[in-house]
Design a binder for this molecule. Structure first.
Ligand code: ADP
Length: 326
């Protein structure tokens, strides 16, 4: 189970941190993937663009290879059981632990005039999303590690107080460790709403991709063989490993080690490989996005599957809590 907020265009971080894993998981597990529209209200209270964003995120997920027939692909607000479970978990969550969450502190700093309680209880809603389907594996990027730990805490507390209902969900990735796709300026991660010039979006046109990559920070190059790479150079190599062939990566690694690397050439190669990676996704997403009838059907079928699973869990939850009076 996992979700992505409809707060902007999806980017390379969403793809490699989350969606690439979704696509592989759909053939191995029963899966629930959602567009987290309720979560987006914590930072984007203006709902005028929401409908458009929800449809775009759905289209982008499908364009990346997610098959709505294999998985439950749904919209969070279409599953009202989520908010019921969120309420119960709120009684198991403590103000102190929520205030200490890194993402809360970061977001509160970014929007000092709107430190709403939804922002504070974001990890509680996320725990409800996950545990509503009693999910074991949650494909997410590295930034979500702490939230998953909180989900496990809420599950444990519930089980301890009311009896065993929930598994302890784990952050999941097919590689060795969780992924963080860095931003092109070397300051933080690629993100939907911050740092837009240093983020590569799946909707960027070819020229924009080339321009953003050519502007990525570099320096005069290594001066001694086997010199450790500065962060921003390491980031370029990380991006290259994601989209270029292993031969190309090896060639530039060798040039780095031998101090013959030309970053202009490296960025040009990376830009071409990136264009080859992003452009088919962009084109597929644009076509799906135009098909309103299809997206409506996807949402309806997804909501049905998600509600079926959610209502089964909620029967168990209410029984465990003793909220069944007759
Ligand atoms: P954003 O931070 O861009 O608003 P979300 O909060 O909607 O994205 O996160 C959706 C998914 O994408 C989560 O699983 C998150 O861990 C992952 N993700 C977001 N940014 C990155 C990144 N730069 N690198 C790796 N994974 C990321």
């Amino acid at each position: 189970m996992s979700g992505i907020r409809p707060t902007g265009y999806l980017h390379l971080g969403n793809y490699f941190g989350a969606m690439r894993n979704y696509v592989r998981m759909q053939d191995e597990y029963p899966c629930f993937f959602m567009v987290a529209d309720l979560h987006s209200l914590t930072t984007h209270p203006d709902t005028r663009a929401l409908s458009e964003s929800v449809r775009r995120v759905l289209a982008e997920n499908i364009a990346c290879g997610l098959d709505p027939e294999k998985v439950a692909l749904y919209c969070q607000s279409h599953v009202p059981e989520t908010t019921e479970l969120y309420l119960y978990f709120n009684m198991l969550a403590y103000k102190g632990e929520l205030e200490k969450t890194t993402t809360f502190k970061d977001k509160a700093r970014l929007q000092p005039d709107n430190i709403n309680v939804g922002l504070l209880t974001y990890p509680v809603l996320q725990a409800a999303d996950i545990l509503l389907h009693r999910a074991h594996l949650v494909p997410v990027g590295k930034d979500q590690e702490q939230h998953l730990e909180m989900s496990r805490n809420f599950a444990q507390r519930f089980n301890h107080r009311y009896g065993e209902v929930f598994p302890e969900p784990q952050a999941f990735n097919y590689g060795q460790e969780l992924v963080k796709v860095p931003s092109l300026d070397g300051a933080g991660k690629m993100s939907k709403s911050e740092n837009q010039n240093a983020t590569l979006y799946l909707a960027d046109d070819d020229e924009t991709i080339r321009k953003k990559l050519m502007k990525a920070k570099t320096d005069a190059g290594p001066t001694e063989p086997n010199q450790p790479k500065p962060d921003y150079i390491d980031n370029l190599f990380s991006l290259m490993r994601l989209v270029s062939s292993s031969e190309v990566v090896a060639e530039f690694e060798e040039a780095y080690t031998g101090c013959t690397i030309r970053y202009g050439d490296m960025k040009k190669q990376l830009a071409e490989d990136m264009v080859r990676f992003i452009s088919p996704i962009r084109e597929r997403a644009a076509a799906i996005h135009q098909d309103d009838a299809y997206l409506k059907k996807v949402m309806q079928i997804g909501a049905e599957k998600a509600r079926e699973s959610a209502s089964k869990t909620m029967v168990q939850v209410r029984a465990a809590m003793g909220l069944n009076y007759y």
